[in-house]
Design a protein around this ligand. Sequence first.
Ligand code: ADA
Length: 551
Amino acid sequence: MDRLITTHALRKNCEPTLLWKFTAPEVLDEEELLLPVPGVWETHPRLGNYRGVGIYSKEMTLAGNVRFVFGGASFCARVCLDGKELTQHQGAYTAFDCVAEGLSWGSHTLTVEVDNRFGEDDALHVPNDYYIYGGLNRPVTVEQLGSAWIRSMRAVPKKQGRVWKVALQIEVVSLSDEDQVIDVETRVAGGERRWKGKQLHARETLVLEGELAVGGVRLWSPETPNLYKIETVLWQEGTPADDLIDRIGFRELTTEGEKLLLNGQPLHLKGFNRHEDYAAFGCAIPEAAMVQDIQMMKELGCNCVRSCHYPNDPRFLDLCDQYGLLVWEEGHARGLSEAQMRNPHFLPQSEACLREMVAQHINHPCIFTWGILNECADNTPFGASCYAALFRLLRELDPSRPVTTAMLSRQESLVIPDCDLISMNLYPCWYVDADCNAYIEDMRAWAQSKSEAPKPYIVSEIGAGAIYGFHDMNHAKWSEERQADILREQLEAVLGNTHIAGVFLWQFADCRVDDSWFGARPKTQNNKGIVDAYRRPKLAWQVVKDIFNTF
Ligand code: ADA
């Protein structure tokens, strides 16, 4: 299922069985394979480097109004039921859905044409320092709907004085040609909000807004990840007809000059950048492996993780909520030049990605900041205007969280005044030959000097490469010894600097990169993980663990 919590007690829903029929006429001729969903086609021995169109199909017995939810399709999808198009979607890392109405009981065939070819009509999926896989990379869910259903439930806790309130926004959709009168009720942590006798017009969406007060809640933090079930029920003619369940946490995130505060206490961020990539599974990481990643990060003393460079699987976010890992979640984009940002699709596609990300993930208490545009052209007036537009959109979509961007380590960015948190990617002793302490302090001081008032400053990336298993007495570049030395120096410099709010190491695990990056990336992997792609620890593991548990 697309979540690791029960999202419906009333609405019937299921996940189709694991194996889907798969064809890719360009490379398989007439042949039909069976591939797992969720999964990526690169896991099949004959499709390891395939970039093209793949067609998944599944026969299922359906009736009435049926909703299909696709957790992710990498990265263009066209969905048909019995040959008739239901929807299209672009973007590998956000969910989308479609509804087929009035189906007669019997066998129906769902087909999803997935395309992972790069091209000018896609501004965000480009050959990059991570691999953009192909396939239905996140779960597919099938839901049975009646004549009205709850499309979304947005629940944002906020503290007013000493009282906690939850701001609610609920969307109810009519699938009926008749007007209806409905009741809606939301409950969380002993609080309740009811909307009685609401008119739901034929074929329209009703947006309900309100607030409820709760009493005596236990706060959420990485040390005490207390979560509360929130449940909305839709009543038709006195009968509960549909529901939507989620989890929220009560925590207050504020800034005070250079300090980032969680529940009034200064937060010292210690964590990793983590790509959704696992040796044998690509970006379709099995749930047990997601749990292992989190347990490994907690064992190292982490309290945060960055979802570089795209929105993450909501199942991973569910785990971060539950295990207590703060998340920097960011929209999709890495290293785009001004020319790439001038692609006419860039802004609309970036906006769509941010809208979907925020709508789908806003309730997760683990998310403490929204990020955009990792290392893009923030140093030109045109580039900066794109940053400004996307920050504006993010603030409109969710005024409750600070926004940030991971800047390149050049002293040229024009967007610092637009950020709530200043974040920089720094690689002293790896790409830059410099004294760690001096370099880190110089970058920090420069960034703060561009801001009217001091803001929390985060080192959003720092790291060095090592090829797993390569040892060298002289600590040569790419040896595990050299990586361990550099990470020690970098981390001591960052964590010892009291003006820095925290660090995200680059990166947790080695990941596959696009073939075009072969020159700078041995094994076509970004080898800066402190574990390899199979999660086998390198020497740096112990160094990071010691330092994270000391500072
Ligand atoms: C960057 C970038 C990462 C990765 C890293 C590296 O700063 O944000 O995606 O490419 O450098 O390994 O060089």
